[in-house]
Structure formats: structure tokens, C-alpha cells
Design a protein around this ligand. Structure first.
Ligand SMILES: Nc1ncnc2c1ncn2[C@@H]1O[C@H](COP(=O)(O)OP(=O)(O)OP(=O)(O)O)[C@@H](O)[C@H]1O
Ligand SMILES: [Mg+2]
Length: 394
């Protein structure tokens, strides 16, 4: 997790040890030996996190805490002191400090505290939309995990090359949002994106839905009807939950994508189309192939690019980003202004296992916002089963 840290300590050795340690952990670190120096650096650009000593040559460290909490972008301040002064710790926490650590510094303890602060920073950044992500309808939050960055790199390449894509992953991991993202990121963005929810189509109607039909092709076919493949011409055809496509249709569909053409039901003219195919499934297609329920040739034809979305538990470090985004999204749709999520609530959300993945996280945030009368979502606004499971996992 990347964040900028300002270390304010008058003891040069301590300052260097902490700075080098945090740099080694991937943070961007600056340091200051006096309050004046710290202020000058903050004026040049507010750091995400400030590690602040109490006794400084030109004044009382916590003064800086008070000043920075008035900034629009409030840094997370971790106070450090040599004196186990409880009353000062309480004051500092009241004034908005993120944490309080006693000297001599335990670097692992410091790292843990900085990591939590960085999570709050990531969540707020998304919440305030300070970092520009993909905008437009249905944003796609990428996050920091390698698995997701790999998926997105491949997805962008698939978009630019217009090749077939198979998206797999457990329920709620964002297969549909990813398909939309591919559409937006490629040359077909201004062309149609036709979304077919395969389980919703009756097996007898599949062919006519996809390829269309001529008038009189079957009882009830009064007029000619253009199929979705024809409507998608130039754009993308997204077949959601393709595992539900009937076997005989799979064969016909495979031929249509290989030949880039098909005939309407009851028609003889060959209709040529240029369509990029994206298919998605949360079922294990390989198992279905072994069980004779899915065509192997179609499977290989679809997965020219194979995008496998990780479960949310596998990308738990992206939870702060996702939470920030979701709060912002629901603020907008419900006309509310939740300005924050408490670090404790964020910690609970990070520890829960999320069997329903991002969809479940989204529902949880929506519900928390509905139950929240304050500007901040806290642990009490979260469902009790999530809290108790997070405690067990702690
Ligand atoms: N990367 C993401 N960024 C933002 N929101 C996301 C992301 N991934 C998922 N979501 C949200 O999670 C919810 C579920 O996503 P989606 O419908 O794409 O999942 P799915 O993988 O298609 O699930 P299923 O297999 O059940 O159809 C959506 O409401 C979406 O807004
Ligand atoms: Mg879906």
C-alpha cells in the first residue's frame, strides 16, 4: 500500500532509523527535525501520515496535530513520546491522532500502526475521489493486488485486440463490471455492448434471440426480428453465465463465431457480423466439460484471453479502496454525506471472509449507510455476524 510519510523527530538517529525502515516497507518518506521544518514540508504537499515526536526544539509536537486536522486533506498522525503520559495520549486521540506509540519504538508495532493509517488514507482517497479512476457508469476499482493488476493488463490488451474473452471467478467478484470495463477501454466503446443473461433465456428461444428470425419462422413469429448478434455488430456481445447455454445452441454459436456469420431462424441469407465475444461464468466449465455439459471446442474458442477474478478474501488489501468507492457511490445515490469510516470498522471489514465477495461488501456498506445517523460509519453499523466472524478471525 503506497502512502507518503513525514517523520518529525529532533533526534537524528531515531529519525533515520524510522525513515529507512519505512522506506524499506515501500512508503515514500520525508523527515523533519523541527516543527518549522515540518510545517514547511506540509505546505509543499500534505503527507498522508505524520509520525510526530512530542518534544521538539521549537515547540510542542501535538500543536502540529491540531493544525493539520483543520486541513481539507487531514493526514493520519501517529504521536510518539518517551514519557508514558496517558493524559497526553488521551488528549492527542481526542484531537484526532490516529495512534499513540511509546518510546523506545518497537518498529513492528510502528509498522502495524502505519499500515492501518495507510488503509484509512486509501479508503478516504477513494471516498473523496482524489485519485482518478475510470469514470463513467459503473466504475471499476482495480486496487493494488498483483492478481488484479494482471487481470486488468490482460483485459486492456484483449480490449485493444478485440479478441474473445472468458471471465471466470466466484459470484460477486465483478465479472460483469469487468466486461463493461473492457467495453469502455477498447476501440468498441462507442459501439453497442449487448448483455445477454443466458439463464434468463428459454432454451427454445435461444437461437432466435441470438440470430433473429424471419417472419413466419415459427408460430408467433409474425414479423422479422433481428437477433442480438446482429444488434451487437461492431461492438461487444457479453454472454453472462454462459454455462446455461443449451448444448445444441453451443454448437451453433461456435460456428457463428468461427465463421463470423449466421442465418436467422427461417432465413437463408448469411448475415456477416463483426462482434467481440465476452463470456462469463461462475461455474467451473472444465468440470462441466468433463461431465459432458459444456462443449470443449467452444470453451477453447472463448478463452483466447482467460481472465480469472480473485475472490475478495484473496484481495483483502483492496478492501479500503473498495469501501471508499462504495461509500461515495451510495452517498451519491441516496443523497447522503457519509464522510468517513472508522479505522475499527475498516479493520472488521478487512477480517471478514466475504463469501459473497464484492456484492456482499456492497450490500453491507449500503445497509450500514442506511443505519448510520452520523457522518461516520462505525462498527455498530455493521451486521453482528460480520463483527463476530471478524473477531474469530482476528
Ligand atoms: N472492481 C470493482 N469495482 C467496483 N465495484 C465492483 C467491482 N467488482 C464488483 N463490484 C460490485 O460488486 C457487485 C457484483 O459485481 P458483478 O455483478 O460484476 O459480479 P459477478 O462476478 O458478475 O457475480 P455473479 O457471478 O454473481 O454474476 C456489483 O454491484 C458491482 O458494483
Ligand atoms: Mg454476473
Amino acid at each position: 500500500m503506497s502512502a507518503t510519510v513525514l517523520v518529525v523527530d529532533d533526534e537524528e538517529t531515531a529519525r533515520m532509523v524510522v525513515s529507512d525502515f519505512l522506506r524499506g516497507k515501500g512508503y515514500e518518506v520525508q523527515s523533519a527535525g523541527t516543527l518549522a521544518d515540518a510545517r514547511a514540508q506540509i505546505n509543499l504537499g500534505t503527507p498522508d501520515i505524520i509520525i510526530l515526536d512530542v518534544r521538539l526544539p521549537d515547540g510542542h509536537g501535538p500543536n502540529l496535530l491540531v493544525e493539520t486536522q483543520r486541513l481539507t486533506i487531514r493526514p493520519q498522525v501517529i504521536i510518539i513520546t518517551a514519557h508514558g503520559d496517558i493524559s497526553m495520549a488521551v488528549d492527542a486521540m481526542r484531537a484526532g491522532a490516529h495512534d499513540f506509540i511509546e518510546k523506545p519504538l518497537d518498529l513492528l508495532h510502528l509498522e502495524e500502526s502505519v499500515r492501518r493509517a495507510a488503509e484509512v488514507v486509501a479508503m478516504r482517497r477513494e471516498l473523496n475521489h482524489l485519485r482518478s479512476t475510470q469514470s463513467g457508469s459503473g466504475e471499476f476499482i482495480i486496487g493494488n493486488t498483483k492478481a488484479m493488476r494482471d487481470v486488468v493488463n490482460l483485459a486492456e490488451r484483449a480490449a485493444s485486440l478485440s479478441v474473445s474473452v472468458l471471465i471466470t471467478g466466484p459470484t460477486g467478484t465483478g465479472k460483469e463490471v469487468l466486461a463493461n470495463f473492457i467495453h469502455r477501454s477498447g476501440p468498441r466503446a462507442s459501439k453497442p455492448f449487448i448483455d445477454i443473461n443466458c439463464p434468463a433465456i428459454q432454451s427454445t428461444m435461444f437461437e432466435s434471440e441470438l440470430f433473429g428470425h424471419e417472419a413466419g419462422a415459427f408460430t408467433g413469429a409474425v414479423k422479422r426480428h433481428n437477433g442480438l448478434m446482429e444488434i451487437a455488430d461492431g461492438g461487444i456481445l457479453f454472454l453472462d453465465e454462459i454455462s446455461s447455454m443449451p448444448m445444441d445452441m453451443q454448437a451453433k454459436f461456435l460456428r457463428a463465431i468461427e465463421e463470423r456469420s449466421f442465418r436467422r431462424v427461417g432465413g437463408s441469407a448469411l448475415i456477416k457480423v463483426d462482434v467481440q465475444i465476452i463470456a462469463a461464468s461462475n461455474r467451473n466449465l472444465k468440470e462441466m466439460i468433463a461431465a459432458g455439459q459444456f462443449r470443449e471446442d467452444l470453451y477453447y474458442r472463448l478463452k483466447v484471453v482467460d481472465l480469472s477474478l480473485p475472490s475478495l478474501a484473496e484481495r483483502a488489501e483492496d478492501i479500503p479502496d473498495l469501501v471508499g468507492y462504495l461509500v461515495r457511490k451510495f452517498n451519491r445515490s441516496m443523497g447522503l454525506n457519509i464522510t468517513d469510516v472508522s479505522p475499527a470498522a475498516l479493520e472488521v471489514l478487512k477480517k471478514y471472509s466475504w463469501p459473497g465477495n464484492i456484492r456482499e461488501l456492497s450490500n453491507t456498506i449500503e445497509r450500514a449507510i442506511m443505519f448510520c445517523d452520523d457522518p461516520m460509519i462505525d462498527v455498530m453499523h455493521l451486521p453482528s455476524d460480520i463483527i463476530s466472524q471478524a473477531e474469530t478471525n482476528a
